[in-house]
Design a protein around this ligand. Structure first.
Ligand SMILES: Cc1cc2nc3c(=O)[nH]c(=O)nc-3n(C[C@H](O)[C@H](O)[C@H](O)COP(=O)(O)OP(=O)(O)OC[C@H]3O[C@@H](n4cnc5c(N)ncnc54)[C@H](O)[C@@H]3O)c2cc1C
Ligand SMILES: NC(=O)c1ccc[n+]([C@@H]2O[C@H](COP(=O)([O-])OP(=O)(O)OC[C@H]3O[C@@H](n4cnc5c(N)ncnc54)[C@H](OP(=O)(O)O)[C@@H]3O)[C@@H](O)[C@H]2O)c1
Length: 484
């Protein structure tokens, strides 16, 4: 009988794990004692925005890499929970690309509704872990009181995320660069880039989105610089894409193709490291950011010690509903509902997924691969199956929208795969929307506060959460897109 479980991290993955156990308990199952360690004062992980950079008030590395004006970069219809829809949470259709605070409200709404906060020890960091004969010893510190505790657990679920420890390469001459240099992890807002010439190094989501944020906020020139492949979008005037920067001389940058630019600021959008300082190397995942980190059976069970699990360790096309699929699977292994095969069979399964991954030709096939992976997990649990093929089509349409207009794709809408509700068109196009607050976002069209003239957050705009706003009833399956 598994008696005690530690979940490390209460971001979306840890929250999914809490919800999975609670769903089993509500269904009449006996569940083990659960302790979820969360080093921050609230849950939500990356979505729990902090203005801080570098080191926090407790002397710990700041976890979140999100910035004030971050909006979802994929359609919300691709990440919706199968057991808690956007309709259920907001009570009215919302747009397909909500800002950070709106998604934070949504993920928190599900777990608040199921009262799992009682399992979480906030402001408590896991310091180290040791394998014992029949489980693990875990040492944690209450960051507020300074008290440390050492406890025994039968199982550990690592849900600490992998977009927090920046990958910071060096570039020749950068030490003499006269402007500002930062990693995307420390970027908090693009307002101060107005009128500046900015260089983004990297060719993935951070470079694309921080580059477009800088453009939106009036940067004079945004130069994106790629190592392997250009993103290749039809960039608006004022945004350009060049090969890799190879040298700095004062504020002059030389690129691999011989181009030269003078820039005022550099943002290293060079990704993140898998880093688990609270685990010994025998338990710590070591992997590039990819869709199938080696050493995890079904992407979750640590092959060398199947009493240790990871949730959310993959690179992510799918996010929240994939974490659910993983959390339900891990829960059922722990509850004994799913029997783990022996080590050799697990190894063969890992090899199978790795071989398929290695053969993928393009982004479209990566999305299909992750959809198949999620299907494989859900089929083994009682998590509600949803139309994964339809989500794949939404991802494909999203990529097409970005090809057509990288500055306007967030104005598009999609129907919910879970409820059929058509998303609403946001009252203000993303490029013109300067207020990212949840209050402004949920303000109905026609209200003076939803006018595009309205550019500043209202007084007290950050004091209330969405659930204090009136709910307006659900929209039927055939509901057409409406402005909200
Ligand atoms: C800049 C950025 C933008 C993103 N935008 C999107 C988006 O638009 N849409 C989308 O779907 N996804 C987005 N993502 C992906 C994001 O990774 C997931 O949405 C999600 O946050 C991952 O959840 P997680 O719980 O696995 O990790 P995290 O969200 O990172 O949460 C991990 C939690 O573990 C805690 N923790 C870590 N170490 C310890 C410890 N030792 N002890 C105790 N607690 C610990 C942390 O405090 C944190 O709360 C974005 C990621 C980044 C970096
Ligand atoms: N909501 C949003 O709008 C938003 C915004 C930002 C980020 N995100 C999320 O954040 C997560 C991380 O995205 P990310 O873009 O930070 O990381 P990422 O997807 O891992 O991409 C890292 C990039 O850095 C480049 N790189 C790494 N080392 C380099 C080096 N030495 N020199 C030059 N380039 C180098 C890589 O280039 P190669 O291809 O050559 O390896 C790649 O382009 C994703 O899940 C993403 O969805 C979301």
């Amino acid at each position: 009988m598994v008696e005690r479980i530690a979940i490390i991290g209460a971001g979306p993955s840890g929250m999914a794990q809490l919800r999975a156990f609670e769903a089993a308990r509500e269904g009449g199952a006996e569940i083990p004692e659960i302790v979820c360690f969360e080093k921050q004062s609230d849950w939500g992980g990356q979505w729990n925005y902090s203005w801080r950079t570098g080191i926090d008030q407790h002397g710990e590395p700041v976890h979140s890499s999100m910035y004030r004006n971050l909006w979802s970069n994929g359609p919300k219809e691709a990440l919706e929970f199968a057991d808690y829809s956007f309709d259920e949470h907001f009570g009215k259709p919302i747009s397909s690309y909500p800002p950070r605070a709106v998604l934070w409200d949504y993920i928190a709404g599900r777990v608040e509704a199921s009262d799992v906060r009682r399992f979480v020890r906030f402001n408590t960091i896991v310091r180290w872990t040791r394998e014992t004969e029949d489980g693990f010893t875990v040492a944690s510190e209450n960051l507020t009181s300074g008290d440390t505790v050492t406890e025994q657990f039968d199982r550990i679920i690592v849900a600490s995320g992998h977009f927090s420890f920046p990958n910071v390469p060096d570039f020749e001459g950068l030490e003499n660069f006269t402007g500002e240099v930062m990693h995307a992890h420390d970027f908090r807002g693009a307002e101060r880039l107005e009128g500046k010439r900015v260089l983004m190094i990297g060719a993935s989501y951070s470079a694309e989105d921080i580059g477009m944020q800088a453009h939106k906020m009036g940067a004079e020139l945004v130069t994106l610089s790629y190592r392997s492949h250009a993103m290749g979008f039809d960039w608006p005037d004022g945004v350009e894409e060049l090969p890799l920067a190879i040298g700095f001389d004062g504020n002059r940058v030389t690129f691999r193709d011989g181009s030269v630019r003078e820039v005022d600021a550099v943002v290293l959008c060079t990704g993140y490291l898998h880093k688990y300082p609270f685990l010994p190397d025998s338990l710590a995942l070591s992997s590039p950011n990819n869709l199938y980190p080696d050493g995890l059976y079904k992407g979750t069970v640590w092959q060398q010690n199947p009493h240790l699990f990871y949730v959310g360790a993959q690179d992510q096309w799918f996010t929240f509903n994939m974490f659910d699929a993983q959390a339900w699977f891990v829960r059922d292994v722990i509850l004994g509902r799913i029997e783990l095969p022996d080590a050799e069979e697990r190894a063969a399964d890992i090899r199978h997924w790795l071989a398929e991954y290695a053969a993928l030709p393009d982004h479209d096939s990566e999305v299909v691969y992750q959809a198949n992976y999620i299907r494989d997990l859900i089929e083994r649990t009682d998590y509600p199956m949803f139309d994964l093929d339809e989500v794949v089509r939404i991802f494909q349409a999203w990529q097409q929208d970005k090809q057509v207009d990288i500055a306007r794709y967030r104005d598009k809408t999609y129907p919910s795969v879970m409820t059929g509700t058509m998303a609403a068109v946001h009252h203000t196009p993303w490029l013109e929307e300067m207020d990212d607050s949840i209050e402004r976002y949920l303000t109905p069209v026609g209200h003076p506060a939803s006018s595009s003239e309205h550019r500043d957050p209202r007084p007290g705009a950050h004091s209330a959460r969405a659930k204090t706003l009136p709910r307006s009833g659900l929209v039927g399956r055939d509901g057409a897109a409406a402005r909200v």
